[in-house]
Design a protein around this ligand. Structure first.
Ligand code: C2E
Ligand code: MG
Ligand code: MG
Ligand code: MG
Length: 295
């Protein structure tokens, strides 16, 4: 796993990832300390409905943010990989889940008219641990966030469909009302029969498919297939990485109901999120005093 992209490096004018495994251990040590001190941030990116006026926020995705003082160029994906390799992922994911549920619960308490779903990423390794579903219900009870407003996202390629423990956790979570999203869908080489065995509710179409929607070329045929597939399997579908008005229009045409991407909003700390919802999404409404929501 060490040979995959942990660090960005400029090469031939493009962002590329390079092997730098020697930098992993010090990073892991620093990350361990940050987890123990709770010194990590969680930012939130709106998920919007494409129907209606095309800009109603229906949920947010929690994304880990942390900058290593020694190695400021590390990406979130790189951090996650180091956490997985050095056995920190369980504590890291737990911290993000607890923090985001508690942030969301406080937001909801302050702005009663909000009705948001919270999406949180979980490592496939963590999902395959016995007792994971119990841990999630413990955190929900502790923070007061309702199970039916939580979505756990697991990346398609990490889903260990052959792991009985992972499947049992997914069933238990869904029985509690938590929904499951398959993240980066389309890149993990799932067969359709495998997909049918994974208890899931939502497909998040990988952003590479969305990036391929350009006005100078035909829309990728797989997008239409995924839209039809999700409809017949009764799964919700979210398009990730929507950056242009044109992409949003094509996705709407193809029948996608939900989207996420820089075209709508980047991720924000919780205190800035409420401003974003106020100013751009029309969600909170005029009656709400300007956000002095303290993080
Ligand atoms: P993801 O779950 O697929 O999250 C979407 C990624 O796309 C995020 O990158 C987000 O900042 C980025 N993004 C959003 N809109 C756009 C857009 O319009 N264009 C482009 N090009 N990118 C966009 P980020 O935050 O760097 O996270 C990378 C990955 O790290 C995530 O991919 C997720 O798999 C993982 N991750 C993040 N936070 C956590 C966490 O708390 N736990 C675990 N296990 N994994 C996490
Ligand atoms: Mg995700
Ligand atoms: Mg992902
Ligand atoms: Mg994704």
């Amino acid at each position: 796993r060490a040979d995959v992209g942990l660090y960005r490096a400029k090469q031939a004018g493009r962002n590329r990832t390079v092997l730098e495994s020697a930098r992993q251990l010090p990073l892991a040590v620093e990350l361990r300390q940050a987890i123990d001190q709770g010194a990590l941030d969680v930012h939130y990116q709106p998920i919007v409905s494409l129907s209606g006026d095309g800009s109603k926020t229906v949920g947010v995705e929690a994304l880990l943010r942390w900058s290593s003082s020694a190695q400021p160029d590390v990406t979130t994906e790189g951090l996650i990989r180091v956490a997985e390799e050095y056995d920190l992922i369980s504590d890291l994911d737990e911290l993000v889940l607890r923090r985001s549920c508690s942030d969301a619960a406080r937001l909801q308490e302050t702005f009663a008219q909000l009705d948001l779903t919270l999406n949180v990423n979980v490592s496939g390794l963590e999902l395959a641990e016995a007792g994971y579903a119990d841990k999630v219900s413990g955190i929900l009870a502790e923070t007061g966030w309702p199970a039916d407003q939580l979505v756990l996202e697991v990346t398609e390629s990490e889903l260990a469909a052959e792991s009985q423990t992972a499947i049992a956790n997914l069933h238990q979570l869904r029985d509690q009302g938590v929904r499951i999203a398959i993240d980066d869908f389309g890149t993990g080489y799932s067969s359709l029969s495998r997909l049918a065995t994974i208890p899931s509710d939502i497909l998040k179409v990988d952003q590479s498919f969305v990036a391929a929607i350009r006005s100078d070329s035909p829309a990728p045929p797989l997008l239409g297939v995924i839209a039809a597939l999700s409809k017949s399997l009764d799964l919700q579908v979210i398009a990730e990485g929507v950056e242009t008005e044109y992409q949003a229009a094509v996705l709407t045409e193809l029948g996608f109901a939900l989207a996420q991407g820089y075209h709508y909003s980047d991720s924000h700390p919780v205190a800035a999120l409420i401003n974003d919802l106020n100013e751009h999404r029309g969600l909170v409404g005029a009656g709400v005093p300007d956000a002095d929501f303290a993080a």
